[in-house]
Design a protein around this ligand. Structure first.
Ligand SMILES: Cc1cc2nc3c(=O)[nH]c(=O)nc-3n(C[C@H](O)[C@H](O)[C@H](O)COP(=O)(O)O)c2cc1C
Length: 359
């Protein structure tokens, strides 16, 4: 299912050297992931190109590989793609495992990807949907650390029961599949479970970063902010739309995956409508049929979103983004964003005294 290899599809390769000028901000996330700054460049289908993942890691945060994006969109054999990223940076990278119970073929593919990732030295895993126990078990012998995306306490309890090491609290402001809670309410709901919680959604500026660290989050996972970087290979029209959008321009559509996905409100999205059709809604309610329907949606959306990403005419404005668009006003290198965040946190006294921290 691979297309033409696209080693050249991203922006300029990141600088590989150690980000020594960046203050170290010590949190449970940085210790778990072996990184310097508690910033995760979240998995993004279809926007996670290898150069973006590498740039986030090279800057002291951690870039998360989205396996379907790496192979199906960016044309890499999975192992070769990981090696390519490793050739750009020797810093830790992570991998996303979407583990929704759907097709057996997909589950087997995901198991194979996890094994390859472990062989290639990946130790940090972000799981979404489903029950992450099997990922925890499969990666444990290799020293894997698993953080699970959660939107509400009931999912967090299942994740804790599965033995995960941390939670990613996906709030109502997030890109991708947002949750129902504000960042504050979600931390209140899951902050007492004895695991570090990372804030996903609504973070675009260093002020946002400092604010959520002060709330008690162990770090942030950002997606939308990193699309507006030279290292992300998304089309210019998409990046421009992010710069121009305000938070009211983000709407949630069910037409992509059957559950709400945050997108920029464009004429294309308005033409499609935001609600799933009656047939899909009915299928999504059935206990058995919901898994088939989600698999169908997933396959169709992989194809549609890849097509939109490659459309340079701007006519397929199928652009996922979170409400953090409100704080994004310029295309900036990934390393500059992460460096600025680290310096602001250090100035705010959040350095945490990690060894070697100038902050
Ligand atoms: C374009 C886009 C695609 C995404 N795709 C995925 C994905 O494939 N898997 C996943 O776990 N999260 C996905 N997310 C969610 C991000 O990893 C992250 O949690 C979210 O973007 C944080 O909110 P923000 O966009 O406001 O920073 C996606 C987000 C965006 C914007």
């Amino acid at each position: 299912m691979t297309d033409a290899p696209s080693a050249a599809s991203g922006g300029p390769p990141p600088e590989g050297g150690a980000p020594d000028s960046v203050p170290a901000i010590d949190t449970p996330l940085t210790r778990h992931a072996g990184i310097r700054v508690p910033v995760v460049c979240g998995a993004m289908y279809p926007c996670s190109n290898p150069e973006l993942v590498a740039a986030a890691s090279a800057a002291g945060g951690i870039g998360i590989v989205q396996p379907v994006s790496l192979t199906y969109v960016h044309g890499w054999d999975f192992r070769e793609g990981l090696r390519y990223i490793r050739s750009l940076t020797d810093r830790p990278i992570g991998m996303n495992a979407l583990i929704e119970q759907g097709s057996k073929t997909y589950r087997r593919r995901m198991e194979a990807w996890l094994d390859i990732a472990l062989e290639e030295g990946v130790r940090f895993f972000v799981t979404s949907l489903g029950k992450p126990r099997w990922v925890v078990e499969r990666t444990a012998a290799g020293g894997g650390i698993v953080y699970h995306d959660v939107t509400e306490r009931k999912w967090a309890l299942k994740a804790v029961d599965s033995g995960v090491h941390g939670l990613i609290g996906v709030n109502a402001l997030a890109g991708g599949h947002p949750g129902p809670r504000t960042p504050e309410a979600l931390l209140d709901e899951v902050g007492d479970l004895g695991l570090p919680v990372v804030c996903a959604g609504g973070v675009a500026t260093e002020e946002d970063f400092v604010r959520v660290l002060r709330l008690g989050y162990a770090g942030v996972q950002m997606g939308t902010r990193f699309i507006a970087t030279p290292e992300c290979s998304a089309p210019d029209a998409y990046k421009q739309a992010i710069l121009e959008a305000g938070s009211d321009d983000i709407v949630h559509t069910e037409r992509i995956s059957g559950v709400p996905v945050a997108v920029i409100d464009t004429p294309y999205i308005r033409r499609m409508g935001l609600k799933a059709g009656w047939f899909a809604r009915r299928m999504l309610r059935g206990r058995r049929t919901k898994h088939w329907m989600r698999t169908f949606y997933a396959l169709r959306s992989f194809w549609q979103l890849r097509r939109a990403l490659r459309d340079t005419t701007g006519s397929t404005e199928y652009w996922q983004a979170g409400r953090s668009v409100a704080g994004i006003r310029a295309i900036e290198p990934t390393g500059e964003i992460i460096g600025r965040f680290a310096r602001a946190a250090a100035r705010a006294g959040l350095g945490g005294g990690a060894p070697g921290s100038p902050g």
